[in-house]
Design a protein around this ligand. Structure first.
Ligand code: GLC
Length: 650
């Protein structure tokens, strides 16, 4: 609701900046006034009772205005173009890849020279894994940030990043970076000052003189890294205080009950926006609010803070979309898109972590039923918000979908998870997978899985056995997994190396800074000689690269694959076949995936139910026509085959 008092107050706050509010800055000013009440009420909900609450509100408005003020002309233009489209980020023409700059191309200058690799593949969004300064010996892959505004020198300089961003802009490509919102490195200057006794900065973190409150917190908090960083607090001898460290002991949790912390971190959000970031990955947002007696995850205040950030960004730097990296239980992920009156107004994106894990479930069990049961929940994603769809990323695969989903098909959740862990670590007889357990919790028996797409699909073992049949089978599985994730709806995010079939890299075991964390096995060092083999017809690299390239190009050519929440699951009447339809007003695409190692068939009736009466269907992937006359009893899919079908007119 509009408030004249607030309007007048805002005018006063921004007056010194002398904006041309009737002229060139009018769009910004309109956005600011239109969102003022929402920003104010969310802010007051969180910080209204804080002694610094009022003063910090003025700084918040100034911060938003400064972000706009400092925004480069080219970025303001890009904002304008994005705002003209209803949701630029749901386009079928976007395909991303996450990569470590140093492992991919040494540094940013090197990456600049590799842009043709992405162009050739069809990738037009680069997610660069954390680039900002981080202590080498305690870095968590860059997620322990020492300085949010200074690049780690191993990657280059801010200028190099700027040059890269300009190149991407010229080529109509997109940039995604992380903001590590929940914590800093214990070597960040805020932590250093806190250690030196500065109470202003001690208030940036959760610190306590004795175990009284930490014990109370820990009684309800699950452990994130139970093997390597048990507990959620660490004793700091400089301060003689316990400090909250939910992740590693060198990652200090920021105290967002303090508005100064919120302002400082929002300043960093805007700093990244003005570097030209198109999608900001908010790392671990589930953890940003803590309350004794709770799990300290997914609390309502964490959602309010995210909505507040979204409003501020929409006013100051509106072309930047937010991705909430909430890898939590299925029912807890959807609220990151916003709930109730706020539906669709929190994060633009969330990872479809549930579906990702369920793909791995299907591949191991050859059974699609648990995945199908999850869809009634996942389909509640609001229109105008989107998933990141993926098979692998830099993290482990969590098997966190609910026990209920597993029970609903008659399996015992504990046994079922044990089977999956055995399967993906190759312990299960006949499993070709080569993964490892990560984050084993001896108390609960929970564990997640590390390993590259290729190794988990059996390529590593097949290569060792020099078995051509098994190599071919592994390649089929890799492409099946990629195709399923890419056509599901959402923005596909490939993980570097998977496009050329990289298997696990075990060299991390010899590096003391990495050996405690087996996620490094699936973060390979790119060997450009191997990548070159993608050009040589028939090599495994060539087959995987070409397959991935074809999938990207089919996806970007079909507008019905833009994410309009336009997916319906088919009843294939065959538990081994997953089938869904993507549609728009004119056309339908039937996507069918065989998750088993046997031939499977789907009856034509399964298509007819959806009004598809044609005698011939065109498979975009194999570029073949499949005719009913030739296969009167239904369409046959070979082991691990998939089809992307449209009714054929001829
Ligand atoms: C996120 C990152 C993960 C990191 C953690 C702590 O989950 O994806 O790699 O360890 O946050 O920052």
């Amino acid at each position: 609701m509009y408030s004249q008092t607030l309007h007048t107050r805002i005018n006063k706050i921004i007056e010194p900046l002398q904006l041309d509010i009737a002229g060139k800055d009018n769009d910004f000013y309109t956005r600011l006034i239109a969102s003022a009440t929402a920003i104010h009420s969310l802010y007051m909900e969180i910080y209204g009772n804080h002694e610094k609450g009022l003063a910090c509100f003025n700084n918040l408005i100034t911060g938003i205005t400064m972000a706009y003020y400092e925004r480069a002309f080219a970025l303001r233009e890009r904002d304008r173009m994005k705002l003209q489209k209803s949701a630029w980020f749901t386009s079928n023409k976007l395909t991303g890849m996450s990569l470590y700059v140093d492992l991919f191309a040494d540094d940013l200058k090197g990456l600049q020279k590799k842009i043709s690799w992405f162009e050739k593949l069809g990738v037009n969004l680069l997610h660069l894994m954390p680039l900002f300064e981080s202590p080498e010996e305690a870095s968590d892959g860059g997620y322990a940030v020492k300085d949010f505004r200074k690049l780690d020198k191993k990657y280059g300089t801010l200028k190099d990043l700027h040059i890269l961003q300009e190149t991407l802009l010229d080529k109509d490509m997109f940039l995604m970076l992380d903001i590590v919102l929940n914590h800093t490195s214990d070597q960040h200057q805020w932590a250093q000052k806190a250690k030196a006794g500065d109470s202003f900065y001690q208030d940036f973190y959760y610190t306590f003189p004795d175990r009284h409150i930490p014990d109370a917190y820990e009684s309800a908090m699950p452990e994130v890294f139970p093997e390597t960083a048990p507990g959620s607090f660490t004793w700091n001898d400089d301060m003689k205080r316990w400090v909250m460290t939910v992740f590693h002991d060198y990652q200090w949790d920021l105290n967002f009950t303090n508005p100064e912390v919120f302002l400082a971190m929002l300043g960093n959000v805007f700093f990244y926006a003005n570097l030209g970031v198109d999608i900001l990955r908010i790392d671990a947002p589930a953890f940003i609010w803590k309350q004794v007696g709770t799990t300290c995850q997914n609390l309502p205040q964490a959602h309010s803070l995210l909505r507040l950030i979204r409003h501020c960004v929409e006013v100051g730097t509106p072309g930047m979309a937010l991705l909430g990296e909430a890898i939590v239980a299925p029912q807890d992920i959807l609220p990151y898109f916003g709930e109730g009156l706020h539906k669709g107004k929190e994060c633009h994106f969330a990872y479809n972590a549930t579906h990702m894990a369920l793909q791995w479930d299907m591949l191991a069990t050859t059974d699609t039923r648990i995945m199908l049961n999850a869809q009634s929940l996942l389909s509640q994603k609001p229109k105008g918000a989107s998933w990141i769809t993926y098979t692998r990323c830099h993290d482990d695969i969590g098997l966190g979908y609910s026990d209920e989903m597993i029970r609903s098909v008659g399996f015992d959740p504990k046994e079922h998870r044990r089977f999956l862990k055995d399967y993906y670590t190759g312990v299960y007889t006949g499993s070709p997978a080569r993964g490892a357990l990560f984050g084993v919790n001896v108390k609960t028996q929970d564990a997640r899985i590390s390993g590259t797409l290729a190794s988990l699909c059996g390529l590593e073992e097949a290569l060792e056995m020099k078995d051509a049949f098994l190599i071919e089978r592994a390649i089929k599985k890799i492409l099946l997994m990629q195709a399923h994730a890419m056509f599901l709806g959402g923005l596909p995010m490939l993980f570097y190396g998977d496009e050329a079939g990289y298997t696990n890299d075990y060299s991390y075991r010899n590096d003391s800074q990495k050996s405690y964390d087996n996620r490094w096995m699936h973060r390979p060092l790119i060997d450009w000689k191997k990548n070159e083999r993608t050009n040589k017809e028939g090599t495994l690299e060539n087959q995987i690269f070409k397959g991935t390239q074809t999938l990207i190009s089919i996806r970007s050519s079909l507008e019905l694959l833009a994410d309009e929440s336009n997916i319906e699951w088919m009843d294939t009447e065959n538990i081994h076949l997953a089938g869904f339809i993507r549609w728009n007003h004119e056309q339908r695409l039937y996507c069918i995936f065989n998750f088993s190692d046997r031939e499977q068939s789907i009856h034509w009736l399964a298509f007819e139910k959806w009004g598809c009466t044609t005698n011939k269907m065109w498979d975009h992937y194999s570029k073949a026509i499949i005719s009913k006359q030739e296969k009167p009893f239904g369409m046959v899919l070979h082991p691990f085959e998939f089809r992307l079908l449209q009714e054929s007119k001829n």
